[in-house]
Write a protein that binds this ligand. Structure first.
Ligand code: PLP
Length: 421
C-alpha cells in the first residue's frame, strides 16, 4: 500500500497518464525502458544549461558532503557568501542586498513584504500594490493576490488582498496602460507602495510579450512617484529573453528583483530577492521591531547556494550566450517557415521563448485542447505543455539542432491536426 501522489496542476479524475522518468541528461529525459523525451519546456522553465550539468552535479556532491544545511538567522556560510559576491557581477550596482528563499513564489512574497516594510518603517504606510493584467507570480497567497484572478484562484479569493490593476500593454494600447499607471501613482489618497511586473513577457498568462520601451516608461513613472518597481524575473531571468535579465533590455534597474528557477541552472530549489540599499536601510536599525520579519527553514541552503555558484561559473566560462543566440536564430527561422500558414495566429518570440496560438474554437486554459495537445506531443516523445491553445517552446540552451527540428516538426503536425478556424 502506498500513498496516492497528488500532482500539481493535475486533474487526477481524468485518468490521464503520468509517465515516470528515470534519468535526464542535457535536453532529454529518459524513461526506465530507455525512451528519450525531448524537454522542450526546460522542465517548467527551470533548466537553463541542460539536465545534470557535470559542474552543477559536482558542486552539489561536494557541498552535500561538507555542510548540508544550517540555520541562516544570525549565522552564515561560505557558499552563500561566495554566491552573493559572484552575483554582484551579474546585477546593476544599485541592487546591493540579497535575501534568500526557496521558490519563485516565496521570492515574490519576500519582495512584497520588503516593499510594505520599507514604507512602514519610513512612517509612510503605503500599502497598495499595482499589478499588470494577465500576470502570474506564483501560487502562495500573496503571489496569487498579485496575479490574475480566475479559475486558478477562485476558491481561495477570500484570502486574497486587493490590488490596483493596469492593462496589459498590447500593441496599440500601450498609452492606456501608461496612463492607468500614472493615475494610480498620482492618487494622493492611496499612493501605491509598488508595481510588480514580469518584464517583457508574461509567462503563465499566455506568453504575452510587450516592448522594452514600455517597460522603461513604466519604470520611469514609478520612479517619478517614488513607487517601488519590482521585477519578477523568476521566469525571464537567466537568459530566457536573450539577456541575462529582461530588464537590461529596457536600460532600467528595478528596486527589487525576484529570481528563482534558473538561479541554480534549474537543478535544485533556491530563490533570491535582491533589493536596493534604500530598502535595506529602511529595515536597518537598532530597533528590533524594524528587522525584516521573514524566514524559512531552508533559507540559503548551502547545497543550493553551491549549485547556484556553479551556475555562475558556467555563465562565466562556457559559451552560454552563443548557445542562446543560436537558439534565438533557430526560433526565428521557424517563425519564417510558418509565415503565411493558416490555422495559427500570434506567432511570436521573446529571446529563447517561442509561442503561437493554434486557431481552434476551444480556447482558454480549461478547454480540452490543452490536454489533447499535451498527449499529442507526449506520443511523439516531446515534453510540451501548452497553455490552452497557446503552444510555446522554451528549451534548455544546450538543445541540439535535431531536437529543435523534431519539436518544430511536431508543432507543424499539431497545427495540421488541431487547427479549426
Ligand atoms: N513568478 C513567475 C513569473 C513565474 O513564472 C513563476 C512560476 O512559473 C513564479 C513566480 C512562481 O515560481 P515557483 O513555481 O518557483 O514558486
Amino acid at each position: 500500500m502506498s500513498l496516492g501522489i497528488w500532482h500539481p496542476f493535475t486533474q487526477h479524475g481524468l485518468g490521464e497518464p503520468i509517465p515516470e522518468i528515470a534519468r535526464a541528461e542535457g535536453a532529454a529525459l529518459y524513461q526506465a525502458d530507455g525512451t528519450r523525451i525531448i524537454d522542450a519546456i526546460s522542465s517548467w522553465w527551470v533548466q537553463t544549461h541542460g539536465h545534470c550539468h557535470p559542474r552543477i552535479v559536482a558542486a552539489i556532491q561536494q557541498q552535500s558532503a561538507r555542510l548540508d544545511q544550517m540555520i541562516f538567522a544570525g549565522w552564515t556560510h561560505g557558499p552563500a557568501r561566495e554566491l552573493a559576491e559572484g552575483l554582484a557581477d551579474f546585477l546593476p550596482d544599485s541592487l546591493s542586498h540579497i535575501f534568500f528563499s526557496d521558490s519563485g513564489s516565496t521570492a515574490v512574497e519576500v519582495a512584497l513584504k520588503m516593499a510594505l516594510g520599507y514604507w512602514h518603517n519610513r512612517g509612510e504606510p503605503r500599502q497598495k500594490i499595482l499589478v499588470m493584467e494577465h500576470s502570474y507570480h506564483g501560487d502562495t497567497i500573496g503571489a496569487m493576490s498579485v496575479g490574475a484572478r480566475g479559475v486558478f484562484n477562485q476558491a481561495y479569493s477570500p484570502l486574497l488582498f486587493d490590488v490596483g490593476t493596469i492593462g496589459f500593454p498590447e500593441a496599440g494600447t500601450e498609452q492606456e496602460t501608461l496612463a492607468q499607471l500614472e493615475a494610480f501613482c498620482r492618487n494622493g489618497e492611496s499612493p501605491p507602495a509598488a508595481l510588480i511586473v514580469e518584464p517583457l513577457i508574461l509567462g503563465a498568462g499566455g506568453m504575452k510579450i510587450y516592448t522594452p520601451a514600455i517597460l522603461k516608461q513604466m519604470a520611469a513613472i514609478c520612479r517619478a512617484h517614488g513607487v517601488l518597481f519590482i521585477a519578477d524575473e523568476v521566469m525571464t531571468g537567466w537568459g530566457r529573453t536573450g539577456t541575462i535579465f529582461a530588464f537590461e533590455q529596457a536600460g532600467v534597474a528595478p528596486d527589487i528583483l525576484c529570481m528563482a528557477k534558473g538561479l541554480t541552472g534549474g537543478v535544485i530549489p533556491l530563490a533570491a530577492t535582491v533589493a536596493t540599499d534604500a530598502i535595506y536601510q529602511a529595515h536597518f536599525s537598532d530597533d528590533r521591531a524594524k528587522m525584516f520579519f521573514h524566514s524559512s527553514s531552508f533559507t540559503a541552503n548551502p547545497i543550493a547556494c553551491a549549485a547556484a555558484g556553479a551556475n555562475l561559473g558556467i555563465w562565466r566560462d562556457e559559451p552560454v550566450q552563443q548557445r542562446i543566440d543560436s537558439l534565438i536564430g533557430r526560433h526565428r527561422e521557424f517563425a519564417e517557415r510558418l509565415n503565411g500558414r493558416t490555422g495559427i495566429s500570434g506567432v511570436r518570440q521573446c529571446g529563447t521563448i517561442f509561442a503561437l496560438e493554434i486557431d481552434n474554437r476551444a480556447d482558454g486554459y480549461l478547454s480540452d485542447l490543452g490536454p489533447k495537445l499535451l498527449a499529442f506531443f507526449r506520443d511523439r516523445n516531446i515534453l510540451l505543455r501548452p497553455l490552452g491553445n497557446t503552444v510555446y517552446v522554451m528549451p534548455p540552451y544546450c538543445i541540439g539542432g535535431e531536437d529543435l527540428k523534431s519539436i518544430y516538426d511536431a508543432i507543424e503536425e499539431a497545427i495540421d491536426h488541431f487547427a479549426k478556424g
